[in-house]
Structures are given as structure tokens and as C-alpha cells.
Write a protein that binds this ligand. Sequence first.
Ligand SMILES: CCCCCC/C=C/CC(=O)SCCNC(=O)CCNC(=O)[C@H](O)C(C)(C)COP(=O)(O)OP(=O)(O)OC[C@H]1O[C@@H](n2cnc3c(N)ncnc32)[C@H](O)[C@@H]1OP(=O)(O)O
Length: 717
Amino acid sequence: MVDYSVNSSVALLLVNNPPVNALSHAVRKGLADGMLKATKDTKVKAIVIAGKGRTFPAGADIREFSGPGKEPWLVPVGNGIEASGKPVVAAIHGTCLGGGLEVALFCHYRVALKSARVGFPEVAIGILPGAAGTQRLPRVTGLPVAFDMITSGRHVPAEQAKKYGIIDEIVTGDIVNAGIRYAMIMVGKSTIPRRLRAKPVPDAENVQKYADAAMAHVKRKYKGYEAPVYCVKAVRASAEKPYDLGVENEKTLFNVVGKSGQARAQQYAFFAERVVGKWEMPGGNSQTAKPIPVRSTAVIGAGTMGTGIAVCILSAGLPCYLVEQNQKFLENGLKTIKALMEGSVKLGKISPEVGQRAASLLKPTMSYDDLTGVDLVIEAVYENLELKKEIFAKLDKVCKPSTILCSNTSSIDIDRIAVATKRPEKCVGVHFFAPAYHMKLLENIYSTKTSPDTAATVMKLGKTIGKVPILVKSCQGFLANRMNTPYGTESGFLVEEGALPWEVDQVMEDFGMPMGPFKVRDLSGLDVGSKITAEIAKTLGVTLTDETRFMAGNRYSHMNTVLANMGRLGRKSGKGWYKYEKAGGKIASIDDDVITVLNNHCKKLGIERRTISSQEIIERLMYSCINEGFKILEEGIAKRPEEIDISWLYGFTFPKYLGGPMYYANQVGLGRVYDRICYYHENFPFSKHWVPSQLLRRLSEQNIPMSQWMASPGARL
Ligand SMILES: CCCCCC/C=C/CC(=O)SCCNC(=O)CCNC(=O)[C@H](O)C(C)(C)COP(=O)(O)OP(=O)(O)OC[C@H]1O[C@@H](n2cnc3c(N)ncnc32)[C@H](O)[C@@H]1OP(=O)(O)O
């Protein structure tokens, strides 16, 4: 796990634990043994620690967090490195993260390739740096940078890390040779002044000010998450306690937060994100399928979705045609893209160079004939089957035979679009979430005809443009919207039965959702929901009135439309489920008029309003969706619960500290969830989303926890 060699007078400890050289027990032992050997060998005058393959150690082995762990721990190993009288150089390439950065900070010197990145991403998996990182980083960078790096988990590019003082020199060429060259220069120099434990934390007297600011920031930005709070406490101690006590304090905090349910859930989410990259579909999988190279793209439609998708593509440095039917729409689209790209540069999401390059990569056109040579086209017009088919037929005629044709749709069966072409195997769904330039989920949908190579291409493209792609089978609503539908429906029923919209929102925000369902409705516009309902009613041949309570035998709530018909369209009109400070305002306040409308609505329908508990609100919103999630698994729409959880984490901003709805169901206990679903089914027989899933019934009756069923090692942590 750690290859030891001596090169003239320099000992090389080369960590060899692919793929990311995680600091497993064997690696820690290898480092300790290597240090001992190098210290004893009188021919050795300096030591280099580096990583074989793609990276310097990228952190502790997260899989080991589930077990009791085995000595040697990283702190004593690091102490051995620091105490060495022979200079020790960390030669960094790839990603030097977490425990890896801690090892580097125990070394006396750190050199790195320009392409390397360093960071403490522990906070993202619900923990804090546990091997003195919270005590050593502030001694190098000062408190403000340390608070920022450790609470955000961001990866810092080598050149920036040099400015912070983390890296001593940027080197070029082979990293091991560069490290050895640097070590030879340091031979004979005393290591004492380079030992971080003895350094004071700069500006320690202002710790109160920095720590208060950091705490206020994390409580606002990472509401509900425990780890950032623990990170602040640990870093703060670096300025308030002597080094050894600071390390002890860090260990105590690490042990508390590391054993929390949040940490386990976040580590599950980490692995789940990797699991969904290993997809499977009839006829192929991620190992066997071959993505076609995508060097040029086109987006059809310069509306909200089309422009958002174009921004993702351009930000990744790919050329993109933007197609619209007339000059005015095209110009509006270009203006939107320009503004979004400028915004991304301002927010530091992309570099100014990438922002500038985008202008030359973007090719506006009104002619499909320009698309003959593109590798992949994304149609992003509004949800209308006939229009989509018309566009696909045109594309099929003009594009080269290998071009992949994608539809950005949230619900239309891909088979029904692909019939318009002679290349159904190259047709695929790519469901972006609004705003497309921001939301990380990309739900890719295969039809009965889509080839595995086509699926592989859109899965790869998703990663290229910075999304978390999942692959699911086509069905009405696909995975994400189909599963999410009961969430909206049940929230509507709850207010009809007695809850107030702000009560439902508060319960769900306390649960962990960034915004309650009624604030979301106000944001998207009540007219949008109302139009969708009207469409469904039309298809079903139902005439909607204020008294309508059922559609095709299913319970239905008309309240949203009642408000929309009063001109209460949400934020844009200044009134919706809430009232706002002005049309287009963002500050929601309780509106007594809504209570009056609700009471009148219920009176008219003969509904007796009752008090509804927070528990019932959570159960009805979450369990109804979880039940649908099990049906989605049963039908093979998603292969594994991980696809479902990832879709909620990145499509609906479900809190990572709960892992996702399926992981959450497992934590609650499948038996309990099933029993409550049966209870609600009995009480609400006219909602088909309460018909219990057979898969859930089986798992619950046989007492099989879902963790046995999940592919992610994190599920068993
Ligand atoms: C009990 C010991 C006490 C120690 C006390 C010290 C405590 C230290 C705390 C830590 O160090 S926690 C870990 C901190 N590091 C991280 O969180 C980094 C996590 N990894 C990543 O962010 C990325 O993997 C990467 C390193 C940036 C590489 O990204 P890339 O996209 O290139 O590859 P991936 O597909 O993500 O990963 C490849 C492969 O490796 C597995 N993996 C990655 N990191 C770890 C890890 N830290 N532990 C275990 N496994 C890891 C990942 O799951 C993939 O596996 P697969 O089987 O191929 O899917």
C-alpha cells in the first residue's frame, strides 16, 4: 500500500492504493513503517511522500468509518512525520483532500503541480477534519481562510493554495522527481522551524469576531446541517487552546459528529452519487456501452430551459448552436445567455476566460440546415408532443446519421417522440431541472428503442457539463416528477382538511426542505399548476368547477385554481398562497384573506376542518412519495433506490443529511412506513398514491431492511 524506495539520499514513500490512494489502515501503517525505516537509514537525508497514479491521498477511506477502526491512527502517524529530523516533503498532484491534506500539513514542505487541488471536504460527508487539520490549517492560512475552507469544503487550486501559504512551491514535470529534487535542496536544514504545531495562529486575538461571523454564516447557509457548526467550533479552538488541547478537542468533536445520523446519511449520499454512475439498461451498462464523442451540440428553443441548457454546455467549453424560429426570440435568448454567463463569472462559478470563450462557442441560427454536422441536439421547446415530433422529424432529415437526438421533457414518453424519426435508437430524453444552469440533476430517460451507446453518451455529457446524471426508463412523469406528484397533491388536501399553508410550509422547512410546498407554488406561479390541471381534466373529459372534488375517481383539490382565478398567481402578482411586499416581491407574509377563501371553499364542499399534527403533515407528504418510489422500483423505472435518492437530493434539494427519501424510509423502518401507508389508504381510499406498493409490503413483511438492497456501501455505514 506504500511503496518504499531510496533514490540517492532521498527516501520515497509512494502511496499505492488505487483509485484515490485513500488512507486506509494499510496505508497509515505503510506510512508509519516507511517513516521508521527512513529515519533509521543513515543514508537517507530527506523523505518524500507522494501518491502513485492519479492523485495524492484524497482522504481517509470513508468505508472504514463504519467499523471500529484500527491503529495506527493518522495523528500519531503525522506526529512521527513532523518530529522527523530529516526534512519531509509532500509532493502533491491530483486531489490532496481531507486526511491527505492533513498528512501534507504534517510534512515540513509541500510542493504541488499547478493542476493539483487541496481541500478539506469532510463537511460534505457530515464530519470534520479529524487528524489535526482544524488546528494546523489556521496556523498556515490564518483564521478567516481556515474557517472558509473547512466549513465550505471547497477544493482550492494549487496556485491559490500557494497564496494562502499551504503550498511552498509550484513545480512542473513528474511530481515524484520534482519532490525529490526539492527534498535534496532541503537536506541538512533544521526541521524545527517548519513544525506547524509550534507556530502561533495569526491574529488569534480576533478569534471571537471571526468565529461569530463563521457561525452566523454556516447557520444561514447550511441550515439544519450539524457538521459545519462542529467545524467552526474545532477551528475556533485552534486560537483559544494550546496545540495539543486543540487536537484533543477536535477528536472529541469528531467522535460526536462522526457518529451522528447526519454523517451516515451524507456518506450514503456520497456513495449513492457514485453508484448511479454505474447504470444498467436492457442490452448494456456503463461498463460495456461506448459513448460517442460529443464535440459539437445544438439546442432547439431559446426559452427559459433552452437558454439555461445552452449556458451549461458553453460553460463546459463545448460549441453550441442555438436555434429559434424568428429573429426576435433568438435575440432575446442571446441576451438571456449573455446575462447568465456574466452572472456565473460574477459568482465565480466559471472563470472570466471561460465566460469570454462562450461568446465564440455560441452560434445563433434560424436554420436547421446548420445542424448537419453536430454530434448531439437537445430539443428544449415546451411540452407538446406534436411540436416535439415535428422537430425530431426535421432533425432526423438534416442531421448526420450518427447525431444523437435528445428531448428535454419532464413527462412525455420518449417512444412517442422517437417514432417521428428513422433513428429511434439514437433518441433519448434529457430532463433538466429549472433553473437548468443551476440545478445539478440530469434525469436521462431511455425508451424501448434507445441504444446503450446513446444512453452512455448522455450520461457522459451530463458529467461533462457538471451535472449529476441518472438513467431511468421512460414512463409517465419519469422518476422525478412521478414520485414528487403526491407531495404537491397531499399538501393541497392537507389545507383543505384543516392545516394552513404556512403551517405545512413550516413543518416541511423544519423537516429540512429549503422551501415549503406553498412557497414553491407561489414561486412557480399558481397559473402554471392550474393550467396543468385544466389540461389533465380536458384529457379526462372532466369539466372543472369550484365544487369538483374528484377526477376520474381520484380525489382532487381545486383550491389552487380558486386562488389563481382570483388573480392570485403567486410572487409575480404579489399575492398567491401568501401575500408579498409587491408584485415580484420575495418576502412572504401570512394573508388572512387566504384563510377566508379556504374557509369558504371548505364550507361549500362540506369539509369540516380539523387540527392536523406536524407528524401527519410529514407522513402524508413523505410517505405518499416513498410509496410511489417503491412502485417505481417495482416497475423497473429506476434500478436502485440510489437513483431515487439522488433525484431528490439534486432535483428537489432534499436535505443531504437525511440521505434521500428512500434512505429516510429505511431509517424510519420500512415496517412503520408500510403500516402508515396502509392506514392512510384506509382513510383516503380515493387517492391512488396510497395504494400500498407490493414491493414495500414484501420488504416490510419479511423484515428486510432496504440497506440490504442498496448498492451503495454508504447504506451500510
Ligand atoms: C478511521 C480513520 C480516522 C482518520 C481521521 C482523519 C480523518 C480524515 C477525514 C477524511 O479524510 S474524510 C475523506 C475526505 N475526502 C473526501 O471526502 C474525498 C472524497 N472523494 C472525492 O471527492 C472524489 O472521489 C475525488 C477524490 C475528488 C475523485 O473524484 P473522481 O470523480 O475522479 O472519482 P470518483 O468517482 O469520485 O471516485 C473514484 C472511486 O474512489 C472512491 N472514493 C473516492 N474517495 C474515497 C474515499 N475517501 N474513501 C473511499 N472511497 C473513495 C469512490 O467511491 C469511487 O469508487 P468506485 O467504486 O469506483 O465508485
